[in-house]
Design a protein around this ligand. Structure first.
Ligand SMILES: [Zn+2]
Length: 347
């Protein structure tokens, strides 16, 4: 094969505003410290502005729509059904994004469960609600807080999902925001797409579903990432963010498109996967973001830095030499991987 291809996917966790315990979102975020919660959706007024950032560049987006068995349930699906189906008709992909919350009455907070029985119940119910409201099966997914378990991966596989993109290779988190969420383990997972094992979601095996990890630099997460996790529950962290951008600091080694951290990391990640495409003939570059970041919580206006980041990233990818760039959805990437006879190169 002569031509070298770089498949590029942009994936959105599409849900309510960030929780108000996320620094900077106090007063504008959803309140998860009560039951029922107060959910805030103000970012959705700018959803078209966000989708236009991609649309005008002929770049499809994979929108992963939030469903859970409390506290959001099917509200996102019901409120935004028209918008979701419109995006689908324009060539975007609609998949599912499940958060595994449980109400903890002792702490008076919604917190992430890692109980397999609860995870199974929540994920199964969420898929059912998705089908009921949208009329089709989801085929792509990302779990809330990047979490995963053998049980969840088996449910996705049994429901005919083509692809999951929850993995951040080389990372492990025992919880952020005073350990209430972000509990996940991808410490042993491959950096390139793989079919998971039924008994170990981080290992290659016989499942039909493909795991396409978020694009990640092979680097140990340093003390800066640990410090940010430790400070994550302090609202004052938000005052630090402009300084972090100025000094090109980010705790992330994966392709997380966020207006709050320096954009310096994006170029390094893009260059790494560009090189891989030239070396192997094919590579998959996947970046993710949160739809709600199109709202600036300080003034309720469009977040211009976020729009700038997205355009810069697309421009950079379009300027790459020596590869054919294909912007694609998660399922299109999975189809390419499965049908590609050189996929052994990725092992
Ligand atoms: Zn989420």
């Amino acid at each position: 094969m002569d031509s070298k291809e770089l498949y590029v996917g942009f994936v959105s966790d599409t849900e309510d505003n960030h929780p108000n315990y996320v620094p900077g979102w106090v007063g504008f975020g959803s309140d998860y410290n009560k039951n029922p919660p107060t959910l805030r959706w103000s970012w959705t007024q700018y959803w078209s502005d966000l989708s236009n950032c991609f649309n005008k560049n002929d770049v499809p987006v994979t929108w992963l729509i939030r469903v859970d068995d409390g506290p959001v349930y099917d509200q996102m699906l019901i409120q935004n059904k028209e918008k979701i189906l419109e995006l689908r008709s324009l060539g975007d992909e609609i998949g599912i994004h499940v958060h595994t919350w449980l109400w903890n009455s002792n702490l008076s907070k919604w917190i992430q469960t890692k109980n397999p029985d609860d995870e199974v119940r929540i994920v199964k119910k969420s898929i059912k609600m998705f089908k009921k409201h949208l009329g089709f099966n989801p085929a792509s997914a990302r779990m809330g807080w990047n979490t995963m378990s053998n049980e969840i991966m088996r449910i996705f596989n049994a429901n005919g999902f083509k692809v999951d993109a929850s993995a951040i290779p080389g990372t492990l988190s025992q919880g952020k925001f005073s350990k209430r969420d972000n509990i996940y383990d991808w410490s042993k997972t491959p950096y390139n797409p793989y079919h998971p094992s039924f008994t170990d979601y981080q290992a290659e095996g016989d499942m039909k579903i493909l795991e396409i990890p978020l694009s990640t630099l092979k680097k140990k997460s340093g003390n800066f990432a640990k410090l940010v996790n430790k400070l994550s529950s302090f609202p004052s962290l938000s005052y630090f963010l402009p300084i972090a951008r100025f000094f090109n600091l980010t705790p992330h080694h994966h392709f997380y498109i966020s207006p709050y951290w320096s954009s310096s990391q994006y170029d390094k990640i893009i260059d790494t996967y560009h090189k891989q495409a030239i070396k192997n003939g094919l590579a998959f570059l996947v970046g993710y973001f949160h739809g709600c970041d199109i709202l600036n919580p300080l003034n309720s206006k469009l977040n211009l830095i976020f729009q700038e980041h997205i355009q810069k990233i697309i421009n950079k990818i379009n300027s790459l030499n020596g590869v054919e760039v294909k912007f694609a959805t998660l399922c299109q990437m999975a189809d390419k991987y499965v049908n590609h006879d050189l996929n052994k190169n990725f092992r």
